[in-house]
Design a protein around this ligand. Structure first.
Ligand SMILES: Cc1cc2nc3c(=O)[nH]c(=O)nc-3n(C[C@H](O)[C@H](O)[C@H](O)COP(=O)(O)O)c2cc1C
Length: 199
């Protein structure tokens, strides 16, 4: 089983990355193939609504001059997709929004290519607005026929400075539980992928 974690923070070694690594640790321990990629500060562009993906139907976006298509291939290859973002003015970062919009639209154009995959959102925040950012990620998963596992709280963690989220013990425990839930769900769903209803 494969999982990709996408970090929408421009900061390497920050709170979002720390939490994503905690989720992936659980999957690594259970034999998953995992990868963490960073879209923050990558120069990824937003969707231009050109709708060419609905004409080319080749599981790609016509804009080839950023990292989107490389990441989208990894998403298509993965059983679980974890998108993490810091909270910026109560929402996700611009780079996270770019990956959400382009992934959602290219997948829809190509026979709802995310159907049956597991999706999880992870959000870092200093003080407030994290649940709104969390919703922004989950909305794309939910209208892409993906399956979202619960954990013991919403998948948010508090911290301002890099890695401050380490002190948020409940958040770190929640990430561990999230990883375990993704593993359990993957073990249950993946053998039945051929039975997934395609709209
Ligand atoms: C432009 C900007 C906007 C921010 N807006 C919020 C916000 O609305 N709410 C909040 O709690 N924290 C806000 N923060 C703080 C970050 O969400 C917080 O530091 C987070 O831990 C950063 O995650 P990272 O270390 O993965 O980059 C903001 C930070 C920046 C740079």
């Amino acid at each position: 089983m494969k999982a990709i974690a996408i970090n929408g923070s421009p900061r390497s070694g920050g709170n979002t990355e720390f939490m994503l690594r905690k989720v992936l640790e659980q999957l690594d321990e259970n034999g998953w193939e995992t990868e963490l990629v960073k879209v923050g500060a990558s120069g990824i562009k937003g969707c231009t609504a050109c709708r060419k993906c609905a004409e080319t139907l080749d599981l790609s976006c016509i804009m080839k001059d950023d990292i989107f298509n490389d990441i989208f291939k990894k998403i298509i290859d993965a059983d679980a997709v974890i998108i993490g973002s810091p909270t910026y003015f109560t929402d996700v970062t611009a780079e996270t929004k770019a990956i959400i919009d382009r992934t959602g639209i290219v997948a829809r154009a190509n026979g709802k290519a995310l159907t049956g995959k597991i999706g999880a959102a992870v959000v870092a925040l200093r003080r407030g607005g994290g649940v709104h950012a969390y919703d922004s990620i989950n909305h794309m998963f939910l209208m892409s026929q993906m399956v979202i596992p619960g954990s013991t709280y919403w998948n948010i963690g508090f911290g301002g400075a890099k890695e401050e989220v380490k002190e948020d013990v409940e958040a770190i425990t929640n990430m561990k539980n999230l990883g375990q839930m993704i593993n359990w769900l993957g073990t249950s769903l993946i053998p039945n992928m051929d039975k997934v209803p395609k709209a």
